[in-house]
Design a protein around this ligand. Structure first.
Ligand code: PLP
Ligand code: ZN
Length: 396
């Protein structure tokens, strides 16, 4: 069943609803009774946790998402005085964690018998939607904010055959437009307001707990844009905790870009509601969102877990992106680096204690945004096709 997170109103799994009548957002409620030992005998994708994912397992639309690398980062951890693991979501089929949610969302679309799906996107949702719609054999339409989508993401959305529309406006405006189209039943909406998307994304939380040998880290840090992912991971953690698989839960720590930080602003006031940011700005286009749909769930996740929220500047993001790439070999897009930038800031101001066990979720691959990577790098040095010239250069 589907339930309103604010008033508790219940809806049927097959109702196509995106919001409760009270205006708040919905979540899927599941009922599971399974021993954790069954998971290890299965093929290693996020679908090994299928009992926790409320769709028909005979209709799954999958590109074998999930089971992403969980890298221990001793050099960076030592520098910061903590124990650090990085969950590398850029290793999903289209290069971001959005694939987990899209696999479940597209499966739901097939179960409902719709013929078209759509989303508004800062880039990665559209890349994922286009690929999974192709896989599921559905038409897809995506709205992108003109001029603010990284090149790799745009290439993916177009190449997988989505109908791509560039909106002269920001993400929040594009989302409002496509939501209206969905409410009038022209398409099935696969933005993260769709509760089934989060049922896929919560498997990041499942994997972290299993990766750590059925232990909880002290803290999970991740970038926050539309706030679906932090909500989803917390839901997954709570489900495994309630199932008795682990004895503790992590502090959920959401990082936002300074120019686009309604959740952090609310957190600082200990508020349960947000004031939307009118013209969100940041180089991290994936989190350039002023009016996050899942703010209620995200703030609940932060408060209920005794977590935290902080902002980072674009410079801090770019420095962290480079730091992670050069000390650990992990290449991520700018938004993803917000988690590392936030980690650094919170260690420096003492919010994070020495010796904490920390997992940073890095959400998308470096190649999603090649322009930013090239701009931040030294250009290749030009030499002739001559060994002497090469040797002279190396000896310099
Ligand atoms: C979508 C996205 C985010 C933000 O996730 P939300 O669920 O919107 O908070 C962060 N990083 C990347 C790379 C993304 O694609
Ligand atoms: Zn309600």
């Amino acid at each position: 069943m589907i339930r309103c997170v604010s008033c508790g109103q219940v809806y049927n799994d097959n109702d196509i609803v995106y919001r409760c009548e009270c205006g708040s957002i919905l979540e899927a409620v599941i009922n599971v009774d399974v021993k954790k030992e069954v998971f290890s005998s299965r093929k290693n994708t996020m679908w090994k946790y299928k009992e926790f994912i409320p769709v028909d397992e005979n209709k799954i639309v999958t590109l074998q998402e999930g089971a992403t690398p969980f890298c221990k980062c001793d050099k960076l951890g030592k520098e910061l005085g903590i124990n650090l693991h990085v969950k590398v979501e850029g290793s999903n089929p289209t290069g971001s964690f959005k694939d987990r949610g899209m696999s479940v969302g597209m499966t739901k679309a097939i179960m409902l018998g719709v013929d078209a799906v759509g989303c508004a996107s800062t880039g990665n949702t559209s890349a994922s939607l286009a690929a999974y719609a192709a896989r599921g054999g559905l038409k897809s339409i995506v709205l992108l904010p003109a001029g603010n989508v990284a090149l790799g993401k745009l290439a993916q959305a177009m190449f997988h055959g989505a109908e791509v529309l560039s909106v002269d406006g920001n993400f929040d405006e594009a989302l409002e437009m496509i939501t209206k189209l969905a409410r009038e039943k022209y398409l099935y909406l696969l933005n993260s307001i769709n509760p089934f998307r989060l049922e896929g994304q919560k498997t990041i939380g499942f994997e972290i707990l299993e990766d750590l040998g059925w232990q909880s880290p002290d803290r999970i840090i991740l970038p926050v844009g539309n706030a679906g992912n932090i909500s989803a991971i917390w839901k997954g953690i709570k489900e495994f905790y309630n199932a008795g698989y682990v004895e503790n839960k992590p502090m959920m720590t959401g990082i936002q870009a300074e120019g686009s930080a309604p959740i952090t602003h609310a957190f600082r006031k200990k508020s349960k509601s947000i004031t939307p940011v009118e013209n969100p700005e940041t180089i991290a286009t994936a989190i350039r969102i002023g009016d996050p749909v899942s703010y209620t769930k995200a703030l609940n996740a932060i408060y209920d877990s005794n977590g935290y929220s902080e902002t980072v500047s674009d410079d801090e993001i770019l420095n962290a992106q480079k730091l992670l790439a050069r000390t650990e070999g992990i290449g991520v897009e700018p938004a993803s680096a917000a988690s590392i930038a936030g980690l650094k800031k919170l260690v420096e101001d003492g919010t994070i204690e020495k010796g904490e066990n920390i997992v940073c979720v890095v959400t998308g691959h470096l190649l999603k945004d090649p322009d930013t990577a090239i701009k931040a790098s030294k250009e290749p040095t030009k030499i002739g096709a001559s060994y002497d010239e090469l040797k002279a250069y190396i000896q310099k």
